[in-house]
Structures are given as C-alpha cells and as structure tokens.
Design a protein around this ligand. Structure first.
Ligand code: A3P
Length: 300
C-alpha cells in the first residue's frame, strides 16, 4: 500500500455511532464527562449551530465586536478556532475544547458548539447565558457539509454525493439530523428569552442589518467606524484570505481537496442536486418541517 506523505500525520476518520439518540463520532464524545459538567459563567456567550451553517462567520463577527479594538496581536496571531473554542471537540493531539475554554483569558468567553439543544450542558441554562443560534437552509447546508467531510479527515468518510444526500435525509450525520437540530433550537427560543436565532441567508442578504440585530441582543453599541471595519473584515473574500479566519492552520483539513471557506453563497445546491433529488428532498422536507413559523430561503 502506498502512503501519501502529506497525509501521514492526519487523524483517522471518525465512525458514526448512536449517542443519546444522535449520530456522533468519538471526537465529540470522548470528553463527555467534562462537557456535561462544564461550568458556564453568566457572561459566557454560546454560539450554537448545525455544522456548516456559518459558525465561523458569526464567531468572527462576535470576536471583532468584543475584542476587535483590543491588542492587534490577537487579530494577527490567534486563529478563530482558539479565540472561540469548540466546546465538545477532543482532537487527537491537542487540548480539548473544555480545556481551551477554561483557559480563555477573555471576558466574556465566546464558546462554539454544534450540540443539539437537548445535549447542551445544563450550566449554560442555569447561568442564563446568552446564546446565538445560526441556521442555514438544508440544501446549501448539505452541500457545504459534503465538501467539508471530504476535506476534513476527522469527519466520517462522505462517500459519493448520492450516498451523502440519502444520509443527510436520514439524519445520519455528525451531530444528527439537520431537521431535529434547527427545530429543537427554534422551539427552545419560545421559552428561553436569551436566545438569538439567526439565518445564514439573512447574513448574506444584509450583513450590516444582522450585525445591528446582534448588537441589540448583546447590548453592544459599536461606533459607525468600528462597524464599518468589522463589516469589511467579515466579508467572504477577506475572511478567505485571512489565515486567522480561514482554518488554513488547522491540522486535520486537506485544502487540496476543498478550502474551508469554499463558496459562501446561497443557492449553490442547484449545482449539486439532480432534478430527481430536488423532488425527493422537497417531498421529504414537507413531512419533516411541520412548524409554519420556521421558514428557510433556498435562494435570495
Ligand atoms: P460553503 O461551504 O457553502 O462555502 P461553518 O463555519 O459553520 O463551518 O460554515 C462554513 C460555511 O460558511 C462555508 O460555506 C463557508 O464558506 C461559509 N462562510 C464562512 N464565512 C463566510 C462569510 N464571511 N461569508 C459568507 N459565507 C461564509
């Protein structure tokens, strides 16, 4: 068997298994006791998403809103995945998400999670923490996830597109079903007032408007100049070219297969779905998405 020297240090791909009714891989469950017992602080801000919904974009926006005016060194030397640690991640050879969060020197602490709402550690609710949930339409979310699983060696083998499409509909993805995830968090919003639910499509349509809404939720009032700077920094091309935002320094990703900052568009699914797949998807979607108050846009 020949070995590709570029890939020799890459971790083995995770295998899916059922974890409290949700498909997971060991990379997100190995540290479960510490995740479950994680002690949140009242000013912690949890950024929650289904994978590939725009987590990094919103994480970077929040980081700039809170810390963009502080030490320049932070902006030039600390990648976003360290500024906003991924709570449940346990990478093979580096610190766990809980350790990274516990070592954060900042206040507030910005914390990323992909957990479905029912698995979020209870101290976040007890401490009444603010939470920002970002949702993305299922079709583009699926396409983005497919390319991500192809290039991130910690993810399960994506298989071919047809196979991946079926798995997505069946909810056999890391962090479970998209349908359950977006609905679960949406339902939570009805009873938990400190949850801001936002949509990737709205961010694409008018990033400034969505930042204003975020600021209103967080009680922040950046100056017009600051806001202008943030808007420029978080544009797709600028993030794609920014090594602190584009994951180019993250070990398990193979950018020769696909970049992390791939297209950043609404409607890319049209280049992937066949007509038959689109019909099957729409039919299945109607059965699973019964709540008329939760609406997604697959084009803008
Ligand atoms: P695509 O694969 O469709 O390009 P996450 O951070 O949750 O993993 O989501 C990644 C997706 O968000 C990718 O989608 C990525 O390109 C997109 N994204 C990240 N930053 C963005 C930005 N500034 N503008 C638009 N899309 C962005």
């Amino acid at each position: 068997m020949s070995v590709n020297p570029d890939k020799m240090d890459l971790p083995p791909r995770g295998e899916l298994f059922d974890f409290h009714g949700v498909s997971m891989t060991h990379y997100f469950t190995d540290n479960w006791e510490n995740v479950q017992n994680f002690q949140a602080r009242p000013d912690d801000i949890l950024i929650a998403t289904y994978p590939k919904a725009g987590t990094t974009w919103v994480s970077y926006i929040l980081d700039l809103l809170y810390f963009g005016q502080t030490a320049l060194e932070r902006q030039t030397s600390i990648p976003v995945y360290e500024r906003v640690p991924f709570l449940e991640l346990t990478p093979p050879d580096s610190a766990s998400g809980t350790d990274l969060v516990n070592n954060l020197p900042t206040s507030p602490r910005l914390i990323k999670t992909h957990l479905p709402v029912q698995l979020v550690p209870k101290s976040f609710w007890e401490q009444n923490c603010r939470m920002v949930y970002v949702a993305r339409n299922a079709k583009d979310n699926m396409v983005s996830f497919f390319h991500f699983d192809s290039m991130n060696m910690m993810e399960p083998e994506p298989g071919d597109w047809n196979n991946f499409f079926q798995r997505f509909l069946d909810g056999k993805m890391v962090f479970g079903s998209w349908y359950d995830h977006v609905n679960g968090w949406w339902k939570k919003k009805q009873t938990y007032s400190k949850l801001h639910y936002m949509f990737y499509e709205d961010l694409i349509e008018d990033t400034g408007r969505e930042i204003d809404k975020l600021c209103c939720f967080l009680g922040l009032s950046p100056s017009a100049e600051e806001k202008k700077q943030i808007l420029a920094c978080v544009q797709f091309d600028n993030m794609k070219n920014n090594n602190m935002a584009n994951y180019s320094t993250f070990p398990s990703m193979d950018f020769k297969i696909s970049p992390f900052m791939r297209k950043g568009k609404v409607g890319d699914w049209k280049k992937h779905f066949t007509v038959a797949q689109n019909e099957e998807f729409d039919e299945d979607y109607k059965k699973k998405m019964k709540d008329p108050t939760l609406q997604f846009r697959t084009e803008i």
